[in-house]
Write a protein that binds this ligand. Structure first.
Ligand SMILES: [Zn+2]
Length: 327
């Protein structure tokens, strides 16, 4: 006898925002006799009220939720966790690599800021980096209220949780996971890919204290996802996606195009900071961290493909397109 497994029933919680993200999405999910919350939005009354409305519309209350599962540790995905758990101590699951971030381990966060400071210096940044590092130090103190309290249960790739496979998809964040319901090819994809914008592969500190090769890791995750059949992807922002593979392919093509542009601009030797000014103009200052993460990612990638090489002088890296050997 063939046993058919019912697809999870999904009640999206969609919180509009004026930001370029369009919406913050998280999901109430009925599956295998359980009620799950996948991600937890932003910490705001507006988000809370929309969440309450969705619960009420389906005759649920917070008391009915069996577990909260996080796709990654970013603040726009964990916002309501503490508020919910003051009402009911619901089990919270997250990838183990996210723990020091969710619990805001001060030693880890200090080290992370040091890594950024060192990286920006090596990339040839000047006062913009100083401003950014000062901002990060201030934010580390100010964001202490976002610390996740109480127990967190660890997830790893390959785990099975309430009928979902945990698939590691690092890149946007090191602890990023996708929750995959294989029988119905349903995926909860967090910020791994978003229909209306390219998601950022952010540089970070890995568990060995080194800088991550974030774009390479991100690209490998996207390629992996192309091997997994998906009929629907519930993402962290924007539209729910019925053509996930098409969107992933577009993202991969966009990465390739941008890398080609970067190679062209590296016919003469330059630092990533100089490259960033040339490619992004004023955004180099206004979106400093994102722009730097992006171009550091591309120079990592182009070193790997052998299209550029770097030299280190006086504490700064200079990148240049590899010259064709002439005979
Ligand atoms: Zn997000």
């Amino acid at each position: 006898m063939k046993v058919t497994v019912k697809a999870p029933t999904v009640y999206p919680i969609i919180v509009p925002t004026k930001m370029s993200l369009h919406t913050f999405n998280f999901y109430l999910v009925e599956t295998a006799g359980k009620l799950l919350l996948i991600d937890a939005g932003v910490e705001s009354d507006k988000c809370w009220n929309i969440f309450q409305d969705v619960l009420a519309a389906h005759n649920y209350s917070i008391e009915d939720i069996d577990a909260i599962i996080l796709t990654h540790h970013h603040e726009d995905h964990i916002g309501l966790v503490n508020r919910i758990r003051t009402i009911k101590d619901i089990p919270l699951y997250a990838h183990e690599k996210g723990f020091n971030r969710l619990q805001r381990d001060p030693i880890f966060l200090e080290k992370r800021i040091e890594l950024y400071a060192e990286t920006f210096q090596e990339m040839g940044c000047g006062k913009e980096a100083e401003i950014e590092i000062a901002r990060m130090k201030k934010a580390r103190i100010e964001n202490e209220s976002q610390t996740i309290h109480g127990e967190i249960l660890p997830l790893r790739g390959g785990d099975n949780l309430f009928g979902f496979q945990v698939i590691e998809t690092p890149g946007h964040a090191l602890d990023h996971i996708m929750l995959y319901h294989e029988p119905s090819e349903t995926a909860f994809t967090g910020d791994q890919f978003i229909e209306h914008s390219s998601t950022n592969a952010l540089i970070d500190l890995d568990e060995n204290g080194a800088r991550t090769l974030s774009l390479l890791i991100y690209e490998a995750s996207l390629r992996h996802l192309l091997t997994i059949p998906m009929s629907i992807a519930y993402g962290g922002h924007g539209n729910i996606m019925e053509n996930p593979h098409e969107i992933i392919t577009k993202h991969l093509e966009r990465i390739e195009r941008k890398s080609n542009k970067v190679v062209q601009l590296l016919q003469e030797e330059k630092t990533v900071a100089a490259l960033a000014r040339e490619m992004y103009g004023g955004k180099y200052e206004t979106l400093f961290s994102l722009v730097m993460s992006d171009l550091i990612g591309h120079t990592d990638r182009l070193e790997q493909t052998g299209e550029i090489s770097k030299t280190y002088r006086d504490g700064v890296f200079y990148y240049r397109q590899k010259q064709e050997e002439s005979h």
